[in-house]
Design a binder for this molecule. Sequence first.
Ligand code: PHE
Length: 338
Amino acid sequence: MKEKLEQLKKEFDKAIGNSVKKEDIEQIRVAFLGKKGALTSIMKEMRDFSLEKKKEVGQMVNAMKSYIEESVFEYHKNIDEKEIATRLNKEWVDISWPAYPAQGTVHPVSTVRKELEDLFTSMGFEILDGPEMENEYNNFMALNIPEDHPARDTQDTFWLKNGMLLRTHTSPVQIRGMEKRKPPFKFIAPGKTYRNEATDASHEHTFHQIEGMVVDRDISVANLIYTLKAIISNIFGREVEVRLRPSYFPFVEPGFELDFRCQICSGKGCSVCKQSGWIEYLGCGMIHPNVLKNGGIDTDEFQGFAFGGGIERLVMMKYGIDDIRHFHSGDLRFLKQF
Ligand code: PHE
């Protein structure tokens, strides 16, 4: 009996040999363990054995059965693993790679613009958009800028062949905004502006401004100071001191320039603030009655303040950027830092 089982084992090993197909393995399993299988017929022979022999042979038969079952399981497992490996080889994807060859980052001007929009929205301001190609009326006339004002000089303005111009500031959106709403209202208008200027470290021909306009009853310079101080402090994440200096813009009266404490040297004086400790930041003032009238607003009942300033200047101070020309350079080494 023992020899028979050993013979059977040899036959099984030979049969299963280098089987690589699951069907072949299944056939071999049936040939040995099935109802009419080789091992089953050996077990049948055991019926006539004495109890002692049954016990002895039974153990050998069981061991043989386990051996075949385990081998079959191992062969199946090997085939499964090989299939998975082949599939992985074919369908392999490195998930650590970026989705696109060069992944972009948000431009720092966009980041600060978004921050400004969020801050003003939280204070109840609307956000308006205006066209970059403007007419002379909105950019100059309606803003009380007289015909002979130097700002109108062709040296400063990009005039287009169709008689239009590239807006030199975001202030024309004041006119557009007033046309469509009744006071009280408050809105900001961030966007691109253009000036026909020679460029240097602090001047660009194309830059961004943010305009603001608030029209209501009982508006004073105090409201203007409060609003701008709150916004600038929020952008820098700490309280920032501001001050007003008298200045002239045809569309405000009185007009001011707002400065804030240099955030590079904390006001001690450095090359960025030209040793003054202050950064000249934006133009502002109480809206000139002529401008309100051009917008159809009753100046006996309403007044307001307006402001307009460059966004790049704020970004430069926030991130310590020393040359405004970096923004449009398209230099990836610059852009990738953000
Ligand atoms: N438009 C002015 C500029 O470009 C800034 C300004 C806006 C001043 C609103 C006063 C009020 O310099």
